[in-house]
Design a protein around this ligand. Structure first.
Ligand SMILES: Nc1ncnc2c1ncn2[C@@H]1O[C@H](COP(=O)(O)OP(=O)(O)O)[C@@H](O)[C@H]1O
Ligand SMILES: [Mg+2]
Length: 272
């Protein structure tokens, strides 16, 4: 059984069915890439996994380590060991990156971020310092960065650095990363890709990297590649699929797999 199991997932936003039966398995220790043209439903899947209330699941299920989390709140999913990027997207005035990381670790330990209350002791100052030092070295982050105020004037790359540090410290089993295409420069993409690869190699992180861009995959080696088109996964394989996409583009794919059901409501504009 996979850690994260997505079965026949149908998701609707307002009147439009966006996901039309998605099946996907992600386990600890596996790096997956989910690719597809704009409007194919990638972010809808990410938001649904996150537990975003605007997305209505009309059919299917999401299971994490054997537990049905389809109806769970986002913080319960995080507690279970699922890491969803952009969990804390806001600037918190006066809180440094380091303090934020410590708060996040302690919230996870004490169970105050859920009602379940596992009641672990807070991390000691020394233990925290050691773990942080290890994480900044592993991820090649400037130590001074951890003294900056969280999200206060952060560039895209700095937000990503904070996120990947958070991942290193919280040690989730499976992380879902929706690398939206807008405003992310090469440097930021590389930070994420290399960070995920290192956390995979060192901690056995499992990850689902969602991206429109093939180039992020120059810095991370997914074992599994899934291609989404019109709310369905139409093609699965290894990295050779990425190379094929680079050669042929999404248009070719659309001709092969697209519009099989007349596009139906065709909410998307179809341009990639
Ligand atoms: N909040 C929303 N309200 C209405 N339609 C939406 C919303 N979010 C996404 N959609 C539609 O769902 C489809 C898939 O979008 P999205 O999941 O963002 O695709 P991708 O991330 O692959 O570009 C698009 O046709 C988009 O217009
Ligand atoms: Mg998207």
């Amino acid at each position: 059984m996979a850690d994260l199991e997505i079965r026949n997932l149908h998701v609707r936003i307002e009147e439009h069915e966006i996901l039309k039966g998605v099946d996907l398995d992600v386990s600890r220790g596996e790096i997956h890439a989910l690719m597809g043209p704009n409007g194919s439903g990638k972010s809808t899947l990410a938001s649904t996994l996150m537990g975003h209330p605007a997305y209505e699941i009309t059919e299917g299920s999401i299971t994490f380590r054997g537990e049905d989390i389809t109806e769970q709140e986002p913080h319960e999913r995080a507690k279970a060991g699922l890491f969803l990027a952009f969990q804390y997207p806001v600037a918190i005035p006066g809180v440094s990156v380091a303090n934020f990381l410590r708060m996040a670790i302690n919230a996870k330990r004490s169970g105050t971020d859920t009602q379940s209350g596992t009641g672990q002791e807070p991390i000691t100052v020394k233990e925290f310092r050691n773990q942080l030092q290890h994480a900044v070295e592993l991820l090649d982050v400037d130590r001074a960065f951890t003294s900056r105020h969280l999200n206060d004037g952060f560039s895209g790359g700095e937000k990503k650095r904070a996120e990947i540090l958070q991942m290193a410290m919280l040690r989730p089993d499976v992380a879902i990363l929706d690398e939206t295409d807008s405003g992310l420069d090469i440097d930021a993409l590389r930070t994420v890709a290399e960070g995920v690869q290192r956390l995979h190699d060192e901690q056995g992180l499992g990850a689902l990297i969602i991206t429109h861009y093939q180039r992020i995959l120059h810095h991370v080696r997914p074992q599994f590649v899934h291609i989404m088109l019109d709310g369905r996964i139409v093609l699965e394989g290894g990295v050779e699929l990425v190379e094929r996409l680079e050669r042929e583009g999404y248009d070719h794919l659309r001709q092969e797999f697209g519009a099989s059901e007349a596009g139906a409501v065709a909410a998307g504009d179809g341009s990639g």
